[in-house]
Every structure is written in C-alpha cells, then in structure tokens.
Design a protein around this ligand. Structure first.
Ligand code: DGY
Length: 329
C-alpha cells in the first residue's frame, strides 16, 4: 500500500467520532482536519460525504468501512482504527480498494485485562447483585447463605483466545490468585510462554467442562461467531461463570440468557453485546449477570495511547509512507 504522492497542500483527514482535543490538535498540526467533536451519530452516507477529498480517516470500532463506503471515496488511502479490534473493517474490500487499515494493538492490553478480571470477580462474587439488594433496602440482617458466590482464588480459569490480553489475564490469575489456567486458542503458545503462567492448552470442550471461570478474549470473525452457544453452555459447570470482554457476537446472547435463567451456569459478566448498544431484554431481566457498556479499555492513559497510536499511523503513513501497525500492508 503506498501513500499519496506528496504535494505542497496538507493531506486532508476525517476524525469520525469525538476524541481527546489534544490529539485533534496534534493531527491538525500535520493535516487539514475535519473532526466530529460534537460526537454526532453520522450515518454511513454522512461519513461517505465527509470523506470526499480526504486521504485519511481516524475511525473507532463503531464505523463500518466496507466496499459500499469505499466505492464512494476514491481518494481515501488509510483508515486508522482507534481500537485493537477491527471487525468494523472489511479488510479484503479495503485491500481491493488500495486503502490501508491500521489498528491500535498493545497499548490497551493491561487495562483491558484489568477489566476482564474485574468483571470476572464481580460476577463470581455477585457484587452488583449485592449492591442492588442493599440499595433496594432489602438488607436487614446477616445470613450465612446471603449472596453466596464462587471463589476466584485457587479456582480453574479457562481463557478462550490467548493473545496479548488473554496472556495478561492468565498472569493475573496464575500469579495473583493462584488459579490453574487452561486455555484454548487457534494456535498453541510457545512452551516458554505457557510455562510463565503454567497455562495448559486444552480443547474448547475440555476447557468448558473443567473451568470454574471462563473468559473470552477472541477477536470477532465469521469463524469466532457464536463461539459460545447453547451446546457450549451445556458443557459448562452449573457453578461456572462466563465473562466476555471480546466482542458481541462471540456469544449467542439469547442462548446465554436462557442458560442464566435456567441455572445452567451460575452467572455472566458482559462488556460487549450482539447488536450493541442495544442489549436484549432477556439479558437485562437476568439478575445473575453483570453488564457494562463496552468500557474495557476506558481509562484516560489507555484511551489517550489508543488515540495517539491511531494518529501516529496517519502521520507516519500519509507523511512518511509507512504505518506502525498495518493490518493489510
Ligand atoms: C478495542 O480496542 O477493540 C475495544 O473494544 C475498543 O474499545
């Protein structure tokens, strides 16, 4: 993929959602910038119209970049996603259109792993359920079996998807909480990486049968769609928890709601949903689920680092011809 031939005019870029003003200012020192700092919800048609005459776009995971959009934006050279996930990009269509795609890996690993662990703990120890109970004025005495949850320390952690974030969760579990770590991944880790956290590679079925807490950290693709559905939930222990910090669509939300309602598994922690920001009523009605609105990477240093990495990709590619984290070089 090659950048536009340099001209004396500044390249023009679009920033499709509101981001940190200091990153907009940084980009404005290199480019002619149109930015959506009002954070309006632009339709694909609005985005296509605003991309006319632009060479670059800084996108978030919410904007779809596909053949239909690309056909309307012949001058576009690069879309830099401010997210590690890039299932909003149709990569083959971008490659065919000669548009470079970049994402923001690495900078959100530890923050996202923290959130995975927080959700797993909140789910296992019924923290939000306890808070609702207390706020509703239902707490009138101590009881030996009130809001009994599952232990996290010493339990078996099953991680599906063992990339950077999966490994960061494994470290927390093994080194901080004395957990036994099982994992399943498309490819097995080098032995040294497995040994560092004592992680054992197992089949998905074996993991689901043995884990006390299952955490999903796989990227979304046609292959990972409904990695967890009714058949997989049926394999899990009735005492088990399921945490999804990866992407909606990796879990069949209807099957999960049914498993939660019928006690097939104990509880779930979800940061992502099929069709988000909508959440199906069946899940909202379950008390044994902790729900957060896709905030696993939401801390100031991490979101700033993600925005700056997307900005670096635009600057490096449009001004110097080489991006830092290309997906389809
Ligand atoms: C990512 O980086 O993919 C996150 O889901 C965005 O918040």
């Amino acid at each position: 993929m090659t950048a536009a031939a340099p001209t004396s005019a500044k390249p023009r870029i679009l920033i499709s959602r509101a981001i940190f003003p200091q990153v907009v200012d940084r980009l404005a020192s290199h480019f002619d910038v149109e930015s959506n700092q009002a954070d309006e919800l632009w339709s694909p048609q609005d985005i296509a119209r605003r991309l006319q005459g632009k060479q670059g776009a800084l996108t978030t995971g919410s904007e779809r970049v596909d053949a239909a959009l690309l056909a309307q934006c012949p001058g576009l050279k690069i879309c830099a996603n401010m997210a590690v996930g890039y299932n909003n990009f149709d990569l083959p269509a971008m490659t065919a259109a000669g548009v470079l795609a970049t994402n923001a890996p690495g900078v959100l690993t530890e923050t996202t792993a923290d959130m995975g662990f927080a959700l797993m703990m909140a789910t296992a120890r019924r923290i939000t359920e306890g808070e609702h109970y207390l706020r509703a004025g239902q707490w009138d005495r101590w009881a030996y079996d009130m809001l009994i949850g599952q232990d996290v320390h010493g339990a078996t952690l099953g991680i599906i998807g063992m990339g950077r974030i999966g490994q960061a969760i494994a470290r927390r579990g093994a080194l901080g909480f004395g957990m036994k770590v099982l994992y399943h991944n498309r490819s097995r880790l080098p032995e040294a990486d497995e040994a560092a956290v004592g992680a054992q590679y197992v089949s998905k079925q074996d993991l689901l049968r043995r884990a006390d807490h299952v955490v999903l950290v796989v990227p979304y693709s046609a292959e990972s769609h409904h990695t967890i559905g009714a058949a997989e939930l049926a394999l899990m222990k009735r005492s088990a928890t399921l945490t999804n910090i990866a992407r909606g669509g990796i879990v069949d939300d209807h099957a999960l709601a049914h498993a939660l309602q019928t006690g097939q598994i104990a509880a779930a922690g979800l940061d992502v949903f099929e069709g988000e920001p909508k959440v199906i009523p069946e899940l909202l009605a379950c008390t044994n689920v902790v729900l957060t609105p896709h905030i696993a990477s939401a801390t100031v240093p991490t979101r700033l680092a993600m925005a700056n990495l997307a900005a670096d990709n635009l600057i490096d590619f449009l001004l110097h011809g080489k991006a830092l984290t290309p997906l389809n070089p």
